[in-house]
Write a protein that binds this ligand. Structure first.
Ligand code: ADE
Length: 281
């Protein structure tokens, strides 16, 4: 058995009330939505729950829920872990919903100096830390883009930084929302900079140090953002990525991650997304 029971939370089936019901969407009735994607149900469930008049369709093993927040059309989807899952999900969203912009949200491991559990990191650019087509191309360079760093849309990135600051200024999460003790709203910092993505959960100081040796400016590691960045850039669709820091990518990373996603990730993600959308409305 590969997974012990404490990992069941990462592989659980779709929650009620959506599982099993499929409604087709008449896309002519929607202006171009904003796509809001997360990797895990625990990260996205409150964003999804905040949609008015939601409808859903299922395709390729994923459900796509659309509706409005403050009358702004939104489509949400939960990609699953990793770059392939994220790329498949965002490609389907782009093709089927034609969103005007894409946000990817969730948790990450903090590796940059001073990036603490509970902090927010908004990506100015993303890099695939496990992409290596040497000797054909320099390390990390994505051939179709001709670069290693994939810049996020500056206006969306500014909007997310402002939204995160607003959310915190209003008090952030109620500390009582966190039973894990890993979230202290009074000491949260919003960072902006480089996020690295790869198909590995980083859970040792040695591995985090190797990554930082090769990519010294990286603030946070996760498993999806740079894949979304590549697909959106190739499609010419503006995107941005923000992450709350669930762990320090060290030997405690799995325990910290599990505690954080259970109690903090969903309200934090939804709080910042809501601030972002309210500023648009
Ligand atoms: N997402 C959250 N924490 C992570 C870590 N330590 N490594 C990769 N992805 C993560």
């Amino acid at each position: 058995m590969l997974f012990s029971s404490r990992f069941d939370v990462l592989t659980s089936p779709l929650p009620e009330p959506f599982a099993g019901t499929v409604a087709r969407i008449d896309r002519r009735q929607m202006s171009q939505p904003i796509a809001i994607l997360t990797a895990m149900e625990q990260e996205g469930r409150l964003v999804e729950a905040s949609l008015d008049a939601h409808r859903q369709e299922s395709w390729g093993g994923r459900r796509y829920v659309s509706g409005t927040v403050a009358q702004i059309p939104i489509v949400t989807a939960i990609s699953g872990f990793g770059k392939v899952a994220a790329a498949a999900t965002v490609a389907a969203v782009l093709e089927r919903y034609r969103p005007a912009k894409v946000l990817f949200a969730g948790v990450a491991g903090g590796v940059g100096r001073g990036v603490a559990i509970g902090d927010i990191v908004v990506a100015e650019s993303l890099v695939q830390h496990d992409f290596d087509a040497r000797p054909l191309f320099d390390r990390f360079v994505v051939p179709s883009l001709g670069s290693a760093r994939i810049p996020a849309d500056p206006a969306l990135t500014d909007g997310l930084v402002t939204a995160a600051a607003e959310f915190l200024a209003k008090g952030g999460l109620d500390p009582a929302a966190s039973s894990s003790g890993t979230y202290d709203p009074a000491s949260v910092t919003v960072h902006r900079g480089t996020i690295a993505s790869g198909d590995r959960f980083i859970a040792s100081i040695a591995d985090a140090s190797v990554l930082l040796r090769d990519l010294p400016d990286v603030l946070a590691v996760e498993m999806e953002g740079a894949a979304v960045a590549q697909v959106c850039t190739e499609a010419g669709v503006p995107f941005a990525v923000f992450r709350s820091i669930s762990d320090r990518a060290d030997h405690l990373a799995d325990a910290d991650f599990l505690a954080f996603i259970e109690s903090v990730a969903a309200p934090l993600t939804a709080g910042i997304v809501t601030e972002f959308l309210l500023a648009l409305s």
